[in-house]
Write a protein that binds this ligand. Sequence first.
Ligand SMILES: [Zn+2]
Ligand SMILES: [Zn+2]
Length: 240
Amino acid sequence: MIICTSCQSGLEPAAVTSHLLNVHKLKDICLTQDSIDKVCEEFKIPASLPSIQGPLPEIEGLVVLTTALQCKICRTVRGSLSSIKKHYSQNHPGNALETIDVTAQRLSQQPPHNAYFPVIPTNKQLLTLPIDLNLLRTECDMAYVSFISVDVDKRTISPWLLTTGWHTHIAGYDIQKLRKLVEMPQPQEALLSKLEKGTTAVMQRGVELMKDTPLLVLQKLNSPDPIKEWVVLSVCSSLN
Ligand SMILES: [Zn+2]
Ligand SMILES: [Zn+2]
């Protein structure tokens, strides 16, 4: 099943592009139905969303509702007290309201896939990043000091510089100011330290995703930098 990570809803393959366009207003997205179909074929994703009764283990990616209520008579799950009351009056008139507290999910907020089903919550054991910002800051400072103390031949063109073209990006700017901008934030810089939480959360999410990332993608990320090959090629072609 395809799940939109933004709104945490299941999507039918044919509805992906219209969902991104209409719900998330992503006008410039380059995603063809053909490429979606290829992915679906590779991962054997069916054309329609499944019909789930539950209980089943929590489906990662979908919204989890921990305060859902299940009807004791017919096992229907609803997301709120008012909704389960309505269910009782329509389906079990004359019966006293009896519910079970359950954790539930649903495939989508839109009919016909908006029915809740009970799930068994997974115990999320977060992989925590052992980041010590002060240590990182000290290490960066030490690395910088050891770098500037090395006698660098200024005529040497570094492959890194050739690749990134940084000298063309920063031409005309005050180098001292630019250096200040990329320094590690100091404790007194309150606004920047707010970013710390967000950045750590993003990195944390990345670490969590690693266990679900296909092996091929991990291998690709871990393989030698293809840009470096491009540098060799571009240097060779400029020599020719
Ligand atoms: Zn979405
Ligand atoms: Zn019922």
